[in-house]
Design a protein around this ligand. Structure first.
Ligand SMILES: CCc1cc(N2CCCCCC2)n2ncc(-c3ccc(F)cc3)c2n1
Length: 257
């Protein structure tokens, strides 16, 4: 049963190439979310420090952002740092917290040029000042872009997000701003950090882990899941197209809407 959940064949290049020409341009997932796992393991396999995996993982983001934009994906959410990641060794956390500014230094001009809107989902207040300043600049510089939304989940945890939404709604009912009958699924969705974004249609998780890890638990209620053994630094455009091809087979429209 477990094998049905994973896509071993994603490792065979010829299968991936076969899928290349089969994407239906009218059934590209509106929102793709990715848990980018396996960076440390990738480095360890090569006798490199873990940070080498993070650095290579960032290069993969650049490729997948470009491909997503080209394919017409509406929102690309990337799980870059969870609330649990603070438990990692301080030198690794310090390195990770420098990646946003490193990424944006080279990529922000291209993202602006490509009409991409950068968004952050998570608690920015706990980030180091240099990290927060870099992401806030990217948000401000791309605020008026109306192309693909590039949404980085940063210092994000789904259960914390839901607790804050419940508190927010409770306060509104207590203050008479809304009635208890208005507390419905739409009100909760709007109160989450992803408020305004459509729910993910497709979740991709790399490195063979088959779990959600406290990621978008409410928002992923109806998403298609695609798991692969491929480690994030080895993830390619072919793998991404394979995931979308599988998604399209599962949501085949047979001409319907
Ligand atoms: C703060 C943790 C972190 C880790 C990280 N990794 C490590 C995890 C997975 C692999 C990718 C490299 N990346 N890659 C890009 C960003 C980034 C975040 C926000 C932003 F606005 C622009 C870029 C990033 N952020």
């Amino acid at each position: 049963m477990l094998k049905k959940w994973t896509n071993r064949k994603a490792d065979s290049e010829n299968t991936l190439l076969e899928e290349r020409n089969k994407l239906d341009p009218d059934n590209i997932p509106g929102h793709v979310a990715i848990i980018m796992d396996g960076n440390g393991r990738w480095a360890k396999k090569r006798g490199l420090p873990r940070v080498a995996g993070h650095r290579e993982g960032m290069n993969v983001i650049k490729k997948i952002v470009k491909q997503s934009n080209r394919l017409g994906v509406g929102v690309l959410t990337l799980y870059a740092f969870s609330t649990e990641n603070w438990k990692r060794p301080k030198p690794e956390v310090d390195f990770l917290m420098r990646l946003p500014e490193r990424f944006l230094k080279s990529e922000l001009p291209k993202l602006i040029e490509e009409n991409v809107q950068v968004r952050i989902t998570g608690s920015k207040e706990a980030l180091p000042d240099h990290t927060r300043e870099a992401v806030n600049k990217a948000i401000d510089d791309t605020r008026h872009n109306d192309g693909m939304v590039l949404n980085f989940a940063l210092n994000y945890g789904s259960r914390h997000e839901m607790v804050e939404a419940v508190k927010n709604l409770y306060s509104k009912v207590e203050d008479g701003e809304m009635s208890i009958d208005e507390v419905n699924e739409e009100a909760i969705s709007s109160s989450l950090m992803t408020g305004g974004l459509a729910d993910p249609d497709l979740l991709i998780r790399t490195s063979g882990e088959i779990r959600l890890s406290n990621f978008m638990l409410w928002q992923l209620a109806y998403a298609e899941f695609w798991f692969t053994d491929v480690l994030w630094p080895d993830f390619s455009e072919n793998h991404f197209e394979e995931a979308i091809a599988v998604y399209q087979k599962r949501t085949r429209r047979y001409g319907g809407v």
